[in-house]
Design a protein around this ligand. Sequence first.
Ligand code: PMP
Length: 444
Amino acid sequence: MTIAPQLNLSREALEPYWMPFTANRAFKANPRLMIAAKGMYYTTAEGRQVLDAMAGLWCVNAGHGQQRITDAIREQAGHLDYVSSFQMGHPIAFKAAERIAGLTPAGMDHVFFVNSGSEAVDTALKIARAYHRMRGEGHRTRLIGRAKGYHGMGFGGLSVAGIGRHRRDFGPLLPDVAHLPHTYSREHQAFSRGQPDWGAHLADELEAIAQINDPSTIAAVIVEPVTGSGGVLPPPKGYLERLRAICDKYGILLIFDEVITGYGRLGTPFGSAALGVTPDIITCAKGMTNGAVPMGGVIASDKVYDAFMAGPEGAVELMHGYTYSGHPLACAAAIASIDVYEEQDIFANCARASARWEDQAHSLQGEPHVVDVRNIGLLAAIEIAPKPGEPGGRALAAGNICFEAGVLVRTAGDALVLSPPLIITDGEIDRIFETIRGAVRALA
Ligand code: PMP
């Protein structure tokens, strides 16, 4: 049977592709295929227009099909397709790094290119350990993550991550890793707007871990400034500040995984600016190229970078990298993406829109099954009470009703997770939350 006539795609033809993070057999029995996208909307294989309330996968921050980005990729591909990523270069990689450094907090001026968020995290963890070694503190190897954290799927990122379901099938992960508790408490935080008032003290767990393990063994702490895949958990007020202070006290590097919060999602170029705390290392990906080609980056503070550059002249400072680090097509897309973000003032639109976003999200309080609403910037989670014995089932059903009504939302456990393109209009905000309202009422 043909399922997408315009693509001449039969059901059997779906078999060879082993899809990531997907129940392959269920999907292939009932595939959800998108064949085009523009602005806020996908076109499905059936020809329906669906409002993308996920920005692809937290990445298409400027909306789909931005002409300037696609033109830049096309032009670059016709000009210079590839050059070795080491011991030679191409000007556009240097230009891309310069433009990115222009967006980062002061003193964070050095960009190491990779191809994904997962690679960015593993690279950041390796940089942290090597940094201490460079400075004669090779005993600092311990890495601290956090419960509910998501840091990609490499063994490094998985080791510091805190979602049990992601970790359980893969055998031993990195040793010498400890985890901070997550910061979520429905009892103390339900229906908080933006950063919750309760929970700053949870950062003091880092102090406790330092005392148990000897602080001089700890290389780095990695957290998402806003926990994303773990269910959109904004940091409690004062929490990140306390983490920063404890890291400073013990010479521990603080890594912010900004794969989601980077590139405008909190209304500033990086989330650290919106949240008022500057880490030592930032990881990014996703919005870097507006999702158009794979790219990730690690942004190092001058302190970190300078430690490497103080080594012997002529030696490779960091024995690490990837074939496609700083790929010409990705760099062209990265520059064009920043052009688009700046010229269309997209981060400012996020800041402007997020007040209505917050109001509309919280207007769902009191609707059937809605047990919490969390939001910050243009992120939100609508927590749905699970059906007894069927975790995630009700949220999934609500998500499917939304999709049928023309709004694509993501489900993560018992939450509907929202992260629309930052070009969203007031009307589109209203439509997303009215559709969710209809869905949870229909479930009742
Ligand atoms: N870190 C965070 C915070 C993420 O949200 C993600 C992806 N959702 C990653 C890392 C991994 O990125 P990628 O899928 O590009 O490897």
